[in-house]
Ligand binder design. Structure first.
Ligand code: GTP
Length: 246
């Protein structure tokens, strides 16, 4: 597949990447839950990148599911709420796996919390083998620990899996000087340092995730997942995005 992509003039500088996607992406225009057309579209976006010959692993959040239960979760202790979030991630991971397999992209879900009758447990060496065989590996249940975000899970798994970059899928096409939805004069950075993200509080990912990426020298590519096909474009260094690196 990689050779076919090269022949067609499509190439990527990346061998293996981590896609970090918030759960909200998967709800499309709904208020919460999963929007099946959006899940299918995201799966198609991932397929385009796999077809470029890039090994892809995914960490997804659970904001779309958590929103639906946030009323009930109000007043709940943080640890319990975080575990509910981790279960939400597993729901999203299974939905994404199902959509990928419908379009013949083979995938495996590995959970940080063992739930063997539902999916595989996280085993690093097995995840490598899956990716070498062209399978997308979806890492579910975050880090398996409360108090850690899914951004941190993405940075952790990207470090463990020797990913060349973390692709952070958002609603906007990069990192701006201010929130572009609120401040029309905000401008997008093409490149920004990890330190600037931390000291200027640019809200790319939480500080733990940024520090982990920095320590392991993994660039974070912030891009918009709203437009169909944009993921493959950005993986080929085309279009608009921001790279966070040293
Ligand atoms: P290779 O044979 O090494 O290429 O990988 P494979 O993933 O196809 O083989 P394996 O026999 O490990 O898995 C076969 C199927 O069972 C796959 O769909 C796996 O995702 C699934 N599977 C493997 N281990 C577990 C597990 O612990 N729990 C669950 N629920 N499914 C598993």
């Amino acid at each position: 597949m990689a050779k076919a992509a090269e022949k067609a003039g499509q190439a990527s500088q990346y061998k293996r990447i981590m896609l970090k996607m918030s759960g909200e992406v998967l709800m499309g225009d709904k208020e919460y839950g999963l929007d099946s057309d959006t899940v299918k579209r995201v799966a198609q976006d991932i397929k385009e990148v796999v077809d470029l010959g890039v090994e892809v692993c995914v960490v997804v959040g659970a904001g779309n599911i958590y929103r639906g239960v946030s009323g009930a979760a109000e007043g709940m202790d943080r640890t319990t709420a975080d575990y509910m979030g981790m279960l939400g991630i597993v729901i999203n991971a299974l939905a994404l796996q199902n959509a990928l397999e419908h379009i013949k992209v083979y995938s495996r879900v590995q959970s940080a919390i063992r739930m063997d009758s539902i999916c595989e447990p996280y085993i690093r060496r097995k995840a490598f083998r899956h990716m070498q065989k062209g399978r997308v590996v979806i890492f579910a249940a975050g880090t398996g620990n409360p108090y850690f975000t899914t951004d941190t899970a993405a940075a952790l798994r990207a470090s463990e899996m020797n990913c060349n970059a973390i692709f952070k899928a958002t609603k906007v096409d990069g990192v701006y000087t201010a929130d572009p939805e609120k401040d029309k004069s905000a401008t997008r950075f093409d490149k920004v340092s990890y330190m600037d993200v931390l000291t200027k509080d640019l809200k790319v990912m939480d500080a733990t995730a940024i520090s982990l990426a920095r320590e392991n020298n993994i660039p974070i590519v912030v891009f918009s997942v709203k437009e169909k096909g944009n993921f493959a474009k950005v993986v080929q260094s085309k279009g608009d995005y921001t790279v966070v690196s040293d």
